[in-house]
Design a protein. Structure first.
Length: 112
């Protein structure tokens, strides 16, 4: 399973077909992680401007820094539950955006 640890970057993109995607220490303005069969677990060292976590069969879990600002969050699942434990932004046009999607599994975003 891919593991990533990075210094601050413009973007971090992690893609895998089968298996989980796990990344710690993410420090990027844009973060994208995708797999078909497996979990997506992302631990961010800094607050990204945009983050997308997608899987079909597995859960998507995102941990933001303790002082993370509000985000426009779209967390969805067909067969599972969604937990959003961060402040919500006032509008969809907010500059910070999180998108978490799965079909079979849970979505969760929280502060660390």
């Amino acid at each position: 399973m891919p593991k990533a640890t990075s210094a601050f970057a413009e973007a971090a993109v992690l893609v895998k077909s089968n298996g989980s995607v796990r990344a710690t220490g993410l420090a990027a303005r844009g973060v994208g992680a995708e797999t078909v069969n497996g979990d997506v677990d992302l631990l961010c060292a800094t607050s990204p401007d945009a983050l997308d976590g997608v899987t079909r069969n597995g859960s998507v879990r995102v941990t933001l820094p303790a002082g993370a600002p509000p985000y426009a969050t779209d967390a969805s699942t067909v067969n599972g539950r969604s937990t959003v434990d961060i402040p919500a932004a006032g509008s969809a046009g907010h500059p910070r955006r999180l998108t978490l999607r799965t079909v079979n599994g849970d979505t969760e975003v929280r502060r660390g």
